[in-house]
Design a protein around this ligand. Structure first.
Ligand SMILES: *[C@@H]1O[C@H](CO)[C@@H](O)[C@H](O)[C@H]1NC(C)=O
Ligand SMILES: *[C@@H]1O[C@H](CO)[C@@H](O)[C@H](O)[C@H]1NC(C)=O
Length: 393
């Protein structure tokens, strides 16, 4: 650890001490406040459609899609205080690592579904889960121990175990046929893998860099994902969106850490991410051949994000390198922990904090997953085409 990192951590500890993390004592009450739309039919323009395009949306992943799981865990990776959530529908922190909505919020709206609640934040009753569940946990990686230095998280394997538990509950309460219909017609969205680089490979945990060349590490991750998706298939999951990894070599944290001169992205990191996405796209093709009833699509968040960075003017972003919220060069040195560290207009920024994009970027990426609104980034088709193909059968 170099001395600047050490000073950063001291600063962080002092700020955490001044703003102690308040624990959530009554999860259901908080969820009710955050998701009033789940209970009321209020006349809001974005209230759920009575005829959604899929029965439910299930979410597996890391902080890119966590919507509150980590609020219930002992970890530094929590987004339960302002300025997180300040531009969300409720203008309050929810656990989303964003100023506003995350991609699965936008996808839920496209599907005509309510925002998907966090698995740990609900009562566990079947009624609460039939429109979808979000299992994602910040800090989680494809490898079990990725991110463990941050504290607790729910790993990929554990999240898939929770999917199986949910499926069993559906079978018990509605019978096998109805449970099969629900699971096999729902959309499963998987967004995970960045932490295997951020908190594992790039930190050389367990000398991993001496044991694995990047290409072998990437293949190992992609093969692990393949097995996990097969496990989901055995639980009757059929429609899967695999989100590729974003260009984390352009994230403010790495611009700061590698002392980027003019905000150029860190090429070594992005090259690894490109290779992983390439391997994962290939695995998705294999899965579609090997699993007769599977509809798996791979959406390349790297492609979509680079399109945004290159054409930032067209998208209305004036700041492409600096985070909206953080401290130090590129706002990448110290994580976002208090409202006065944040810029006033997040919509003009690509990056919200050290690692996560703003609500505006999440909307663009979700619209691309849905129907390639801005640029086509999903293979072999986008989500809308997948649903249309299913409907024709
Ligand atoms: C990774 O860690 C091992 C053991 O500490 C060390 O021998 C190796 O040089 C490191 N690799 C890199 C690329 O830093
Ligand atoms: C915030 O930035 C966006 C995009 O640059 C711009 O369209 C919008 O008008 C700005 N809002 C305010 C309040 O300045």
């Amino acid at each position: 650890m170099d001395s600047s990192t050490f000073r950063g951590i001291l600063f962080l500890i002092s700020i955490l001490f001044l703003h102690p993390i308040t624990s959530l004592n009554y999860p259901q009450q908080i969820i009710d406040e955050l998701y009033p739309e789940l209970d009321s039919d209020g006349g809001e323009s974005e209230s759920p459609n009575p005829n959604p395009l899929a029965p439910a949306l299930f979410v597996i992943g890391d902080s890119s899609v966590d919507c509150g799981t980590n609020n219930f865990l002992g970890t530094f990776a929590r987004a339960d205080r302002l300025p997180y959530g300040r531009d969300f529908d409720t203008h309050r922190p929810t656990g989303r690592f964003c100023n506003g909505r995350i991609p699965v919020d936008y996808l839920a709206l496209h599907l005509g579904l309510p925002f998907v609640p966090s698995y740990l934040g609900e009562t566990g009753s079947v009624e609460d889960m039939v429109r979808g569940v979000n299992y994602a946990s910040a800090g989680a990686g494809i490898i079990f121990s990725s991110g463990s230095e941050l504290g607790q998280h729910i790993s990929l394997t554990q999240q898939i175990q929770q999917v199986m538990d949910t499926s069993q509950q559906f079978i018990l309460s509605m019978g096998e046929d109805a449970a099969y219909d629900l699971i096999s017609n729902s959309i499963f969205y998987i967004s995970i893998g960045s932490n295997d680089y951020i908190h594992y490979y790039l930190r050389n945990v367990s000398s991993v860099q001496s044991l694995y060349l990047p290409w072998n590490f990437n293949r190992f991750l992609a093969q692990t994902m393949k097995q996990e998706i097969k496990n989901l298939y055995n639980t009757n999951v059929r429609n899967v969106v695999v989100m590729g990894l974003a260009p984390i070599g352009c994230a403010p944290y790495y611009l700061w850490l590698y002392q980027s001169n003019n905000g150029e992205c860190i090429k070594n990191i992005n090259d690894m991410i490109l290779e992983f996405n390439f391997a994962m796209r290939f695995i998705v093709e294999e899965l579609n051949h090997e699993l007769p009833e599977a509809n798996v699509i791979f959406c390349d968040a790297f492609e979509g994000s680079m399109d945004i960075i290159k054409n930032h003017d067209r998208y209305g972003f004036s700041v492409t390198t600096d985070a909206c919220c953080g401290f130090g060069r590129y706002k990448g040195w110290i994580m976002c922990i208090s409202p006065d560290m944040a810029c006033s207009n997040a919509s003009s920024h690509i990056w919200w904090d050290q690692f996560h994009p703003t609500d505006t970027v999440n909307e663009i990426l979700a619209d691309n997953v849905w129907s390639g609104v801005h640029t086509s980034m999903c293979y072999p088709s986008n989500l809308w085409d997948l649903l249309a193909k299913k409907a024709r059968r």
